[in-house]
Design a protein around this ligand. Structure first.
Ligand code: FES
Length: 249
């Protein structure tokens, strides 16, 4: 068990391309009344990502620093954080693109658990509410449910979501009212609403037309800018709105 400030391993790699200064927002609910800032130096190798610098701090400087990560390749979606004021995946953003000082904070809008870790349960509760799975009617088919390439293309963009919450955590509407379902939930509803094999689009649209649904969006495009998968999040929200009002889409 590492204590804050404890040196976790004795031999940190020597920097070969300078260093980067990390200002990290820290919070330990067991000892800190409020979040505060701490500053660290980390080596900057060519090609390093922010996650490499965070690993350096955790492994060689202060083992108590807490953050989520798993795949380190932009797939699992666990390391979304606010980097220089913009939500990013730490494993995808390159240090060379962040300047000599990098400000690292947890994403906003979700309850802070510790350091860069937020409680994702409200996010997943909203996600589950729109039934993010294929719903079909009738008997079990005796063969695959076929779909044309055009039908598959209709929702291709929204299949890319990795549930990192970078979009929802960048939404100013969500910041002030966590009852709003948020962009990630709408993206995942879109993925099934426009799937020609699914039969529950009406139920999802009914949920999303409510007070906390798609009409809360103020089209600031923060979500689209934040998405590490390049999903056209705002466009998906607009398409779900149009489906609700029965417009041609
Ligand atoms: S660690 Fe998996 S997406 Fe970054």
């Amino acid at each position: 068990m590492f204590q804050r400030g404890q040196r976790a391993q004795p031999d940190a790699p020597a920097p070969t391309a300078g260093t980067v200064r990390l200002r990290i927002r820290r919070y330990d609910p067991d000892r800190d009344p409020e979040p505060h800032w701490e500053t660290y130096q980390a080596p900057r190798q060519p090609g390093d990502r922010l996650l490499d610098a965070l690993h350096h701090v955790k492994w060689y400087v202060d083992g108590s620093l807490s953050f989520r990560r798993s795949c380190a390749h932009g797939v699992c979606g666990s390391d979304a954080m606010r980097v220089n004021g913009v939500n990013r995946l730490a494993c995808k953003v390159l240090l060379k693109d962040l300047g000599d000082e990098v400000i690292v904070e947890p994403i906003q809008g979700l309850p802070l658990a510790k350091d860069l870790i937020v409680d994702m349960e409200p996010f997943f509760a909203s996600y589950r509410a729109v039934m993010p799975y294929l719903i079909t009617a009738g008997h079990e088919p005796t063969r695959e449910r076929l779909q044309s390439p055009e039908q598959r293309d209709r929702y291709d963009d929204t299949t890319k979501c990795i549930l990192c919450a970078a979009c929802t955590g960048s939404c100013p509407v969500y910041w002030v009212d966590g009852r709003y379902v948020g962009p990630a939930t709408i993206v995942n509803a879109h993925r099934f609403i426009f799937d020609s094999r699914d039969t529950a689009a009406g139920e999802r649209l009914e949920i999303l037309k409510g007070r906390d649904g798609v009409f809360r969006c103020r089209t600031t495009f923060n979500c689209t800018d934040a998405c590490p998968r390049g999903i056209q999040v705002t466009q998906a929200i607009i398409e779900v709105r149009r489906a609700i009002v029965g417009a041609q889409i």
